[in-house]
Design a protein around this ligand. Structure first.
Ligand code: ZN
Length: 66
């Protein structure tokens, strides 16, 4: 079963400041957010990621990597 990545509407990458570039998915029961532009990655365990995802809950699409 492929991992489904969702893009987070309006989210801004804290590393490269790109908008609408953050993809969110779940891996081993951990929510992972990755910037598709600079590949900066945040996990649910990180306080930074928590704040980011809670703020930006609206999702704009489903991304199928295959
Ligand atoms: Zn980035």
């Amino acid at each position: 079963m492929p991992v489904r990545k969702r893009f987070i509407a309006g989210a801004v990458c804290p590393a490269c400041q790109a908008r609408d570039s953050l993809a969110l998915w779940r891996e081993n029961n951990v929510d992972i957010v990755e910037c598709v532009k600079c590949h900066h990655q945040m996990r649910e365990a990180d306080k930074q990621a928590q704040g980011h995802v809670r703020e930006q809950e609206q999702v704009i699409g489903i991304f199928h990597p295959d």
